[in-house]
Design a protein around this ligand. Structure first.
Ligand SMILES: [Zn+2]
Length: 276
């Protein structure tokens, strides 16, 4: 039995690339923990990144979940339903409300991505525009949250992008609250992101509510060379493996091998070994 008690979790893939083996392990953990807790699984697709979100990748999410028979009970069943009812576009009003709550806590930043990298030792924002007092309503500026209590890679993270659209951390917090998610399963590479989201929720006056969400950070699936699997690793995408002729059973089998486990033919068999 799982030690976790919760009512609703989510799988939240970003449609900016094809789903890969690493995503699948995270989904298996999520649906398994939900089943043990008797909780619901929501499919939440983040498509606010209008540049990178492509319909092809949204389709890939449904294709992959269906092919691997990973169950979800809430959220869209296909691309059409997603676009008709669930796209983040429909929650723009909520995101704007959240952003308005942050006036006075954010500063406008005019740095390009290249500028941020030039000013920085380690890829972390160097605070270049902190004291410039640029108008929040100026053209083409991003909004950065002042994070004096939050160091590391998330220092002064962006909550509104230069194109005026809300950034990932903000939409993620608001969506999880909106859908009443009370448990989040994610890789340990997102620990800093979780801290940032808790801080952000507090700054929007929703810290108590967000504080009730449980977070479970799991270890990441590595390649044989010890690198983290990423979306750029094309030969681990499920789409690629399917084109190579692998069956559902063979994909779960390959995952079990990568994880150093015995054999597995479906998500339940893989899950049971992950938590043995
Ligand atoms: Zn700046």
């Amino acid at each position: 039995m799982s030690a976790f008690k919760f009512e609703r979790t989510r799988i939240a893939p970003t449609p900016s690339g094809f789903l890969h083996l690493g995503n699948v392990v995270s989904f298996v953990r999520t649906v398994g923990l939900a089943k043990e807790a008797g909780a619901k699984v929501l499919l939440r697709i983040d498509d606010m990144d209008r540049v990178r979100a492509e319909r092809e990748y949204v389709q890939d999410i449904f294709d992959t979940l269906n092919f691997l028979e990973l169950p979800w009970g809430e959220g869209p069943r296909d691309v059409e339903e997603f676009e008709r009812e669930y796209s983040q576009v429909y929650r723009m009003g909520l995101y704007k409300e959240g952003l308005e709550m942050l006036r006075g806590k954010v500063f406008a930043c005019e740095c390009s991505r290249a500028q941020v990298l030039r000013d920085s030792q380690d890829g972390v924002y160097a605070g270049t525009c902190r004291e410039k007092a640029i108008s929040l309503d100026a053209e083409g500026v991003s909004w950065r949250l002042r994070t004096d209590d939050l160091g590391g890679s998330m220092k002064d993270f962006v909550v509104r992008k230069r194109d005026g659209f809300p950034a990932y951390q903000l939409t993620s917090v608001i969506d999880d609250l909106y859908y009443k998610v009370d448990f989040v399963v994610r890789g340990e590479d997102l620990l800093a992101s979780t801290a940032a989201q808790r801080y952000l929720a507090g700054q929007m006056g929703r810290g108590v509510e967000f504080g009730k969400i449980g977070f479970y950070h799991h270890s990441l699936l590595m390649t044989e060379g010890g690198r983290k699997l990423s979306k750029s690793a094309g030969d681990t995408s499920i789409q690629y493996l399917r084109k190579e002729g692998l069956t559902k059973e063979e994909i779960y089998g390959r995952l079990a091998g990568l994880l150093g486990l015995g054999s597995a033919r479906n998500w339940e068999e893989l899950y049971n070994q992950l938590y043995e």
